[in-house]
Every structure is written in C-alpha cells, then in structure tokens.
Design a protein around this ligand. Sequence first.
Ligand SMILES: N[C@@H](CCC(=O)N[C@@H](CS)C(=O)NCC(=O)O)C(=O)O
Length: 364
Amino acid sequence: MLDSAALPLTVYGSNLSYFTGKLEMYLRIKGIAYRFEPLNMRHIRPLVEQHTGTSQMPAVKLADGRWMSDTTPMIAWLEAQQPQPCLVPVDPLQHFFCLLLEDYADEWLWRPAMHFRWHSAEGAYLQSRHLVDELTPGIPVPRIAKRWLIRRRQRGGYTRGDGITAANQAQVESIYLNNLDWLSALLTHQPFMLGNSPSLADIAFMGPFFRHFSQDPVAAEIMKQRAPAVWEWVARLWNCTADDARADWVDGIPERWAPWLEDIGRTYLPYLNANVQAIRAGKRRFDAQVDDVVYPAARASRYRIWCLEQLRAHYEAMPQDAQAAARQLMQKHQCWAPLWEISPLDSGVNTGVELPFYCTDKMV
Ligand SMILES: N[C@@H](CCC(=O)N[C@@H](CS)C(=O)NCC(=O)O)C(=O)O
C-alpha cells in the first residue's frame, strides 16, 4: 500500500491537459486519493520546475512533501507501491505491449491531438479561453491578449511549429480517424483494450482521447458521428472505480491490437529513429517523413530517444520465453527491426536521477 503519509496526492495541472487527464484516469480507477489543483502559470518555474526538474504538467505533490513528474514513471512507481487493484499486467508479455501502446499514445497521438485542438478556430478560441481562466489568474495582462498569446504559443510549438502544413494535414487527421476505426472494431468484441476490465492500455489512450479528442469540438463531433462506441468507452473509463479493476483480461495480446502494432512499425518507430539521427546531428528541427508525407522542420526531442531506450530496456528485462514471444509478434507486425535499428542509444536523459521524483527532460 502507498504510505498513508504520502496521501492525498495533489495533482497540479489543467483539466484540458493530455497528461493530467491520463494520470487522473489512472488515479481514479486505482482508487488513490488525490486533489486536483489548476497549475497557475506563475508557479511553473518557481514551484514545479524547481521541485521536479521540468516545467510540465501534471506535477504531483505527495502529502509528505515529495514531488513527482512524468506520467509514465509515475504510474510505474505508484503501481509498484500499491499493486492492487491491478491495472498494469503482471504478465511480462502483456506488460511490454501495454508499454508500447502507452508510448505510441503519449508521443504519436500528440500531434493529431494538438492539431484538432489548435488548428481549428472553434477549438482554439474555446480552449484558449478556458486555459486563460483556469491557469492565469493574477497575471496582469488583458484576457484577450492572454488568449492570443496562448493560441500563438500552441500553434507555434505544436501544430505549424511541429511541421503540420496544408500538405500533410490530411495525414495527421487520418491518424485520429484510423484510431477511431480500430477502437470501434475492438470495442464491438470487448469493453476494454485488454478484455473485460481496464488496464494500462486503456489509461494510455486517455491522454489523447479523454482530455483532447472527446473534449475538443471538431474531434468530439467526429467521434460522436463516426465512433460512438469510443465516446462511450471514454466515459465508461471515467466512471470506473477500483471495483472495476479486476484484471479480467484475455490471455496474451488481443488480435485486434494488430493495426496499432502495424502502425507502430510503419510510422512511429521509423519516426523515432529519424529523431535519434536528428539529435545526433545536433539539429533542433528536422524534416520528418511518415510514409511519403513530409513534416518540414518538425521538432526534435531528446526525450523521445529516452522513450525508445526505455522500450528496449523493458524488452531486455523480460524472461526469455516472453522475449521470444514478443519478438515473434513484433516481427509479424514489422516492429522488430525498427525497434533495434540504431544501436547503441545514448539519450543522456534521466541519468543519475531518481524517477519519478526528478526528471531531466520534457518532451519538446
Ligand atoms: N511525458 C510527460 C509529458 C507531460 C507534458 O508534455 N505535459 C504537457 C501538457 S499536457 C506540458 O506540460 N507541456 C509543457 C509545455 O507545453 O511547455 C508525461 O507523461 O507527463
């Protein structure tokens, strides 16, 4: 059990934030007591960065005074402290593939999520107003100027500024549409990603699907019309409690995960490898190619080299029979070769720190 001196947690973030939503979904289903606190922008540097090493949300303060950052190591740590009810599979094969999906949902669905929120005037005006009211009280700048600054920052950092152009917009949107179709197909057979109860695989998708796609006007309307089962799944997860976390899962990896594994092999892992090459060449931006579509001057990320390192480290830590089974499945879906294409890796990220209590890098 989590030490009672650590509880309740205070989760500093935004109720529009991708990763705050992912963490809250985990804490609610897990039954870990927490209090949500909007992260006032004035506190990001003096409070969050000082205590966690990075200026990102969510930042979590434990009642004993410790701070944590980065949802992936936070969930791993919390699960290790309090294994029941179980959301992260103990079976090494299922655990590994949940982590692979988590990485894909965290890093690869980020671009379409940013696009649907910030590209459309409808989304950008609505959510910039929300963020200004939620996160900037006390900052003495006119509200209209703050809203404009937020839109400019997000578009400059995460849509136009991350290589999204009129020429590749259709591909960005197709990532979302494909995910809706794959989820709809899976959800006709089972209520959750891994079977009859929620797991890390569902939680992982709640970054993009909970606080972005089901909440941003354009993406949410598409979801309601094209994939009502996905709309229902997101709400069902938010309504789950610890009693629903029964670890009632299929054996092995569901066959209906195949489209994600193929997408990871064809697009996400090659992109991660190109990102490694860019960082090694000292670039802060690079032309990222996905299939035959180019994202000019997309942002390079040291953090994402670490993501690849982590996946490999998890694979290497598995028992041999699980390694063999994972390798076979990855080979079937063309994920194996790109996972190992560049060796060795040398992100330099999060070395010499105790995760999740201190992190050295954020995503971009
Ligand atoms: N890998 C981190 C990512 C956290 C993250 O990128 N959070 C976003 C908000 S959803 C953020 O704070 N971005 C900082 C920025 O835009 O400067 C996690 O899992 O917590």
